[in-house]
Design a protein around this ligand. Structure first.
Ligand code: 5GP
Length: 120
């Protein structure tokens, strides 16, 4: 079962403006900002404005407009960063055992270098 949402998580505090971020894009549904510890030349996190713990929580509970808005935002950020030609990678860790460290849904966008095979 998904843990209840805790609105003191670091990305909730970024959404509230309590903690700064290097903002890339924002709209009604999403906020995108540079990862503080980039693993690629482009490493951006996209988060929904709504209070969702993970992809599991979001995909189960979010309204269709929120889902559409979020998916559009992820695509737009990658496009606007010029990543489509050379390709990019999306990643969402779901749950601590999968490496999720912050309990507010975030999709990683990696690009700007050859990414190689996925490692399990
Ligand atoms: P996860 O491991 O949960 O999938 O990814 C969490 C990501 O958030 C990590 O890549 C980490 O570097 C990033 N991160 C953690 N704290 C902050 C922060 O305060 N600001 C930003 N911009 N990124 C953060």
């Amino acid at each position: 079962a998904t843990l209840p949402y805790d609105d003191t998580n670091i990305f909730a505090r970024i959404l509230k403006g309590e903690i700064p971020c290097r903002k890339v894009y924002e709209d009604e549904y999403a906020l995108a900002f540079h990862d503080i510890a980039p693993q690629a030349p482009v490493h951006i996190l996209v988060i929904p404005r709504g209070a969702y713990v993970s992809w599991d929580d979001f995909s189960a509970r979010a309204e269709p407009a929120e889902i559409a808005g979020f998916v559009r935002a992820v695509g737009k950020v990658a496009r606007d960063q010029g990543l489509v030609g050379d390709g990019y990678r999306l990643l969402a860790n779901v749950g601590p055992a999968a490496g999720q460290e912050v309990a507010h849904l975030h999709v990683h966008i990696f690009g700007g270098r050859p990414l190689g095979p996925m490692l399990a």
